[in-house]
Design a protein around this ligand. Sequence first.
Ligand code: CA
Length: 229
Amino acid sequence: MARKILVLEDEASIRGFIVINLTRAGYTVIEAETGEEALEKLKGNADIRVALLDIMLPGIDGFEVCRRIRATNTRIGIIMLTARSQEMDKVTGLMTGADDYVTKPFSPAELTARVDALYRRSGGAAPEQAGEILQDPFLLNTRNRTLEKNGKRVKLTQVEYAIMKMFMENPGKALSREEILDTVWGRDYFGELKIVDVNIRRLRLKIEDNAQNPTYINTVWGYGYKWGF
Ligand code: CA
């Protein structure tokens, strides 16, 4: 079965570099030059599992593309391509629903490692044990990989789901940011610990009654986070 990846990048030389390297790594790459084209091609290829989105584009930008994808698709893995100078972009990208970012210029090894890790997480892994974890008001369904709060579905990305699962399997236990990074992103992940914090911030907006004063995901200062009431 083809392992399909979408690459949205308007600069032909960078796009070519990505395509060559991902093709070499065994992926089938669908290319797009604009956000509009990317959304169109996603519609026609429901089996795309990971999308790489450049941010600065003619027409709608990469953040908007990310937002529109996430409005209907929580399963697909999304990696933003950011420039080194755009530090804020990383956070903005993650807040709009991206799972990861790669900073330009990147090496083929780094790019492939990131895509591989996300590809595995976005459904490539073996099916999980069916089951449910109930911690009122939350119900995590590990068969459908869904979360409900007070009986209402909370839409989560695959990364957010993986974090929630880790929390709910370890109630009351302080989890270090390194531990969360290893479990959710994988040991081969190259990225920064900050990605954990940004994803937690986004998750709090979705599950806390008041994200400014979280009561479910508690911060353990200088260490990490703790799930507990
Ligand atoms: Ca660009």
